[in-house]
Design a binder for this molecule. Structure first.
Ligand code: FAD
Length: 311
């Protein structure tokens, strides 16, 4: 074990990036849950990210790419191997930059690094009178996480405004892929085993006040319908087809149900909230209870939207 740890230290010492060992993941997840990451790396630039991918592949070390941790349930024992965090102040500037790349007719193209907070990106577009991202108001993740999850709301998804995605592939090589060549689905993409370094958005010039008004309206709706004052990971289950997961959970009487410190939110039945001391184990037990109850009473199998990761 000690030998393995020393080997990992040695491999990661080749990088120019900050590395923290046994870093508690509850500091990095919106659920405020999760045991330690064996090695948390904050890649300084794309070259270091490429090296990390290479090291992980050659040495067969598990690698997890972390955004803002807002769609994650990390196990109580934490994550083995390397966690690459692109969305921290310690991560490289290239993952946190927003730059206009071109303007064509009424269209403005923006490149944003994967680590940019979606809220910051939205603010940037409002300030610059750019329309297209209003639907992301209230989604708390990083831009890279939003691309991978194909985050959406109010009938719109991130894929609708993407022009291209910059990935670093399994061999550590960067490539810009046109969005039309990527297969997106409801809350997911076909991008697996690769890191997203950033992406180009295709936005429209619009009226600042109108954009701001739409954003405020969207935010208000979220505030009314979501338990934003408690740690959570957003919707636990995907909506099965046109049926709403929260309606199914409600219909089987699980609203308000709890296990330990994990509770089905009384405000939104598809949210599980951490009431203070919830463990990942509590949340997983509650998820299982909900899943089997919904299946037994309605015949519908719910699919997870939240990603459960760890030992
Ligand atoms: C209060 C609340 C409200 C929410 N509302 C919505 C909503 O309305 N709509 C919606 O779609 N979602 C919603 N979510 C869920 C969540 O915010 C989104 O799924 C978000 O896009 C996740 O981004 P993240 O950076 O937090 O990703 P993380 O949670 O850090 O990671 C999620 C997955 O993406 C992968 N990933 C992240 N970044 C990268 C990268 N750069 N390269 C490769 N893989 C990467 C991770 O490995 C992981 O598999 C909500 C969550 C909360 C807590």
């Amino acid at each position: 074990m000690i030998k393995k740890r020393n080997q990992l230290r040695g491999l990661l010492s080749e990088l120019n990036s900050t590395v923290l060992f046994d870093e508690p993941m509850n500091k990095y997840t919106s659920f405020s849950i999760g045991g330690p990451a064996e090695a948390m790396v904050f890649p300084r630039d794309e070259r270091d990210m490429s090296k990390i991918i290479h090291i992980a592949r050659v040495e067969k070390i598990p690698l997890f790419i972390l955004g803002k941790g807002s769609n994650l349930l990390v196990s109580d024992k934490g994550l083995h191997g390397i966690v690459a965090s692109l969305s921290s102040n310690l991560s490289g500037e290239c993952f946190r930059q927003i730059v206009q790349t071109k303007e064509l007719n009424n269209r403005v193209y923006l490149y944003a690094g994967a680590g940019v907070a979606l809220t910051r990106l939205l603010r940037f577009t409002i300030q610059n009178g750019l329309s297209g991202l209003e639907f992301t108001a209230g989604i708390p993740g990083s831009f890279g996480g939003a691309v991978i999850m194909n985050a959406g709301s109010y009938g719109k998804e991130i894929k609708d405004v993407l022009d291209s995605v910059r990935i670093i592939d399994r061999d550590g090589c960067p490539a810009d892929i046109p969005a039309k060549d990527i297969s997106f689905k409801y809350r997911g993409t076909a991008i697996h085993g690769k890191a997203i370094a950033g992406a180009v958005l295709r936005l429209r010039k619009g009226d600042k006040e109108k954009i701001e008004k739409t954003v405020q309206e969207n935010l208000l709706m979220k505030k009314k319908s979501q338990p934003l004052n408690k740690p959570s990971a957003g919707s636990i289950f995907k909506n099965p087809g046109s049926t709403r997961a929260w309606e199914l959970i409600d219909s089987v009487g699980m609203r308000g149900a709890s296990v330990g410190g994990a509770c089905v939110s009384p405000v939104h039945a598809n949210f599980i909230v951490n009431t203070g001391r919830a463990t990942a184990g509590d949340v997983i037990s509650l998820i299982r209870q909900i899943g089997s109850r919904v299946e037994k009473d309605t015949g519908i199998t719910l699919e997870l939207e939240v990603k459960i990761v760890g030992k």
